[in-house]
Design a protein around this ligand. Structure first.
Ligand code: BTN
Length: 241
């Protein structure tokens, strides 16, 4: 894939800019600062200007059936985990696609896609990587950064390039029909796989179970006492961390 980089000092949200029709497959919108950075579940994404990476990649995986869109998300999460591996960091994928080091979040991903005729059309992959930030707003839940984890400073541009190399490889495998390899690798890198964990359900109820994997549409498979397995969609369960 050939990436074309577009650098901005400040944007409202790189995802909003990337959604403009002008940007196509391979365009990467990067901002030093965002005034209205968005996170999952309607949250705000907070990131200190100039210290971290905030960018959105435009992908047009028109070969991918809408029912298999989770494969793209796996591909992105694995690329991030690959990239951290190249810096010696053992980064795990917290279902669905947060990236964690230990019990702390180092990356947030916000994917926004459109579909056409039962296939994926255009996907904006918004990524916020905590690179050199060492202090976070008190309300940000369990954050960490590359700098906090290693005691070093990093060149954000190099980190971005390393991610794009990893994404190119993983996306190439997806295009090449190797979705099974991606799924197997995703499973191996899952946060708290086969480890008993606490969860919260939408009712507020707390339950204990063990993550056993993901289903074909990306649903989380959790095993409860007595070996009963249930699958959950994104809005149906949250880890207690
Ligand atoms: C989350 O974990 O809640 C997802 C956070 C995603 C943040 C990134 S920063 C670049 C891109 N632009 C946005 O407005 N959000 C994403």
């Amino acid at each position: 894939m050939r990436f074309r980089f577009h650098f901005f000092d400040t944007l409202a949200s790189t995802n909003d800019t990337a959604r403009e029709k002008f940007y196509r497959h391979g365009d990467v919108i990067v901002a030093d600062a965002q005034t209205a950075g968005r996170g999952q579940r309607g949250n705000v994404w907070s990131s200190s200007p100039g210290l971290n990476l905030m960018f959105s990649v435009v992908l047009e995986p028109v070969f991918l059936p809408a029912a298999e869109q989770f494969r793209l998300l796996q591909c992105v999460a694995l690329s991030l985990s690959d990239m951290f591996g190249s810096y010696g960091l053992d980064a795990r994928i917290k279902w669905t696609n947060d990236i964690y080091v230990g019990d702390r979040k180092i990356v947030g991903v916000l994917m926004e896609q459109s579909l056409r005729g039962g296939y994926m059309d255009r996907c904006v992959v918004g990524i916020g990587i905590n690179v050199n930030q060492r202090q976070f707003e008190p309300w940000v839940p369990n954050p960490t950064s590359m700098s906090l984890e290693t005691g070093r400073e990093f060149d954000c541009r190099q980190v971005l390039d390393a991610f794009c190399v990893a994404l190119d490889r993983r996306y190439g495998r997806l295009c090449g029909g190797e979705a099974d390899v991606i799924a197997a690798d995703y499973l191996r890198r899952m946060y708290r796989l086969d480890t008993e964990s606490g969860f919260v359900l939408p009712t507020g109820e707390r339950v204990t179970g063990t993550v056993r994997g993901v289903g074909p549409c990306g649903e989380l498979i959790v095993e409860f006492e007595g070996g009963v397995r249930k699958s959950f969609l994104f809005s149906e369960i949250r880890f207690v961390i």
